[in-house]
Design a protein around this ligand. Structure first.
Ligand SMILES: Nc1nc2c(ncn2[C@@H]2O[C@H](COP(=O)(O)OP(=O)(O)O)[C@@H](O)[C@H]2O)c(=O)[nH]1
Ligand SMILES: [Mg+2]
Length: 253
């Protein structure tokens, strides 16, 4: 079993890509199951095989602890860890080749609190890959794009897993903008130059940050995708194959 965690800032498209990649896998004869790890979500575009809301209810936590939705989200995220082994038991029963995890709405709940790490470790770091979602609307300038890459790097640093970066919602941006962001992803030197041109004040900090990004160059691995047109779904699949099997395909069922 391979575990794919869709992680990213709120609204970056995690739930939607869980749905579309799951459908793409089905269409292509691959054995995947979608799992919802977001206790606070009201509506999701897919039918999860396993759903954390069976164990944790945002509404009950709000009532029980007398919290508003934001505070309750934090408590719910922490409760994820308590259910890790039960969750694993249930998921293992499916014997699926790919488990697609839709993670909680807010990035920090999964990436920076302990529950994310507990879950990833429960299923096995070496069998896990983070698919980090980057929104084009948050990547319109070099500084914005670099900030997104830093979030991805920090997430990878925290969770210790292989990572691929997905540039999402490419059906919503024009070709020029897409080209520019893809070029930044491929060529950190051009990104660095533009960054230095645009700001002079914190050049030392810029340099340090760019060094981190260059270090993760192999991991930048930016895959443009759209959950509407399904562009890039095959590239995502290949990237996962590459990480775990060096490009060798799993047998189709
Ligand atoms: N046009 C377009 N919209 C998308 C795409 N992926 C997600 N969205 C929209 O972006 C919004 C947030 O998506 P959602 O999956 O709920 O984000 P999450 O908070 O990361 O789970 C929704 O309105 C989606 O319909 C995409 O590939 N193309
Ligand atoms: Mg979601």
């Amino acid at each position: 079993m391979i575990y794919v965690y869709f992680v990213g800032t709120a609204g970056s498209g995690k739930s939607t890509v869980t749905h579309s990649f799951n459908e793409w896998c089905k269409r292509n004869g691959y054995d995947a199951i979608p799992v919802n790890l977001d206790p606070g979500v009201k509506k999701i575009p897919y039918s999860p095989e396993v759903d954390i809301r069976e164990w944790i209810s945002l509404e009950e936590v709000m009532k029980e602890y007398n919290l508003g939705p934001n505070g309750a989200q934090v408590v719910c995220a922490d409760m994820l860890a308590l259910n890790a082994s039960e969750l694993e038991e249930r998921i293992r029963e499916y014997r699926a080749d790919y488990v697609l995890f839709d993670t909680p709405g807010q990035l920090e709940l999964f990436a920076f609190r302990s529950a994310g790490k507990v879950i990833v470790e429960q299923f096995g770091v070496e069998k896990s890959v983070i698919a980090f979602l980057i929104e084009p609307s948050l990547s319109t300038t070099p500084a914005n794009f670099v900030s997104q890459l830093m979030l991805s790097a920090v997430t990878q640093f925290r969770l210790g897993t292989a990572t691929v970066n997905l540039l999402t919602k490419i059906d919503m941006i024009d070709e020029e903008a897409l080209k520019m962001i893809v070029e930044w992803g491929k060529n950190p030197d051009s990104l660095y130059e533009e960054l230095m041109n645009k700001s002079s004040m914190y050049s030392q900090l810029n340099e340090g940050i760019m060094n981190v990004i260059k270090e993760m160059e192999a991991q930048i691995n930016l895959i443009p995708i759209s959950s509407i047109t399904w562009e890039g779904m095959e590239d995502l699949y290949s990237a996962i194959q590459n990480i775990f099997y060096g490009g060798e395909d799993l047998e189709r069922r």
